[in-house]
Design a protein around this ligand. Structure first.
Ligand code: NI
Length: 141
């Protein structure tokens, strides 16, 4: 009997702490303050970020896995967490240089750090929680 191919999604959750500020250097201090409020504070502020990395694929018939979660964990640690955790996102993080340190841009940067390293499955989404109330999702478009 032919087996139905089943597409599944699996998620690894990670965590990092980092500082940033939202500040557009092309604007006056007043304009930055008006648009970004407390987030423009020149002496930075921090967040406890929660990161959800979801990949999709067909389980390997030998292992039953879409991806070995140990492999996914290592990719995220090496290419994302080690670069972001306990860092200043504006100043210390190579893949954020020259960009506004919004969660939108951080999520896109994280996508680009992980996507080239996946084999046998596809990156589906990056979900990044910045506060208890705010998160962003990116699906690669
Ligand atoms: Ni912030």
């Amino acid at each position: 009997m032919e087996q139905k191919k089943r597409l599944l999604y699996i998620t690894r959750k990670e965590h990092f702490n980092a500082a940033h500020k939202l500040y557009n250097p092309n604007w006056s201090d007043e304009q930055n303050e008006a648009v970004f409020g407390k987030c423009a504070n020149r002496n930075w502020h921090g967040h406890n970020f929660d990161l959800y990395v979801t990949v999709k694929g067909y389980p390997d018939p030998e292992t039953g896995f879409i991806i070995d979660l140990k492999v996914l964990k290592t990719i995220i640690e090496e290419h994302v967490i080690e670069k972001l955790d306990h860092r200043n996102i504006n100043m210390d993080v190579d893949f954020m240089q020259g960009k506004m340190a919004s969660i939108e841009n951080i999520a896109v940067g994280i996508w680009d750090q992980i996507e080239p390293h996946l084999e046998g499955c596809q990156l589906h989404s990056i979900k990044l929680w910045e506060t208890r109330n705010n998160y962003v999702e990116y699906f690669g478009e």
